[in-house]
Design a protein around this ligand. Structure first.
Ligand code: GTP
Ligand code: MG
Length: 151
């Protein structure tokens, strides 16, 4: 089943939005398979955002990601990569629709509270960067037969 990497950045953690954000993924019907609170080093943040290294905000972004606790998670479900991005909303919260996480809970692009993988390859790379294989928990959730139906 498809998996994606989702992280609540230091602003989301500091603002007490963990439960609110986790709950949106849970209520949708996606399954949590890994979760941990970590303070990434700047070097680690640079690895995570390596594809943005030419952008002018890269250094500030990496300083920010490594400035405090980040809630790193892996979520599983049909279409979770693309739909996870939909739940999150546009990068700039000024452009995110109401009803999305950034639309409802953030105001500026530099403090948009959450990260989500943008495709299957980045999802795999980011999961491997942030988690060891044994930190991913495979289990059957009782909700699955109700979320997906029985064939
Ligand atoms: P992530 O899920 O965090 O990867 O966001 P995204 O995929 O919607 O956007 P992108 O990967 O292009 O940018 C990564 C992060 O860099 C964003 O979430 C923002 O926090 C930050 N960022 C992007 N564009 C800007 C910008 O123009 N200015 C500033 N200050 N930060 C930006
Ligand atoms: Mg991105």
């Amino acid at each position: 089943m498809e998996r994606t990497f989702i992280a609540i950045k230091p602003d989301g953690v500091q603002r007490g939005l963990i439960a609110e954000i986790v709950s949106r993924f849970e209520r949708k019907g996606f399954k949590l398979v890994a979760i941990k609170l970590v303070v990434p080093s700047k070097d680690f943040a640079q690895k995570h955002y390596h594809d943005l290294k030419e952008r002018p905000f890269f250094s500030g972004l990496c300083d920010f990601l490594s400035s405090g606790p980040v809630l790193a998670m892996v979520w599983e479900g049909e279409g979770v990569i693309k739909y996870g991005r939909k739940l999150i909303g546009a990068t700039d919260p000024q452009k995110s629709e109401p009803g999305t996480i950034r639309g409802d809970l953030a105001v500026v692009v530099g403090r948009n509270i959450i990260h989500g993988s943008d495709g299957p390859e980045t999802a795999e790379d980011e999961i491997n960067l942030w988690f060891k294989p044994e930190e991913l928990v495979s289990y059957t959730s009782n909700a699955e037969k109700w979320v997906y139906g029985q064939n």
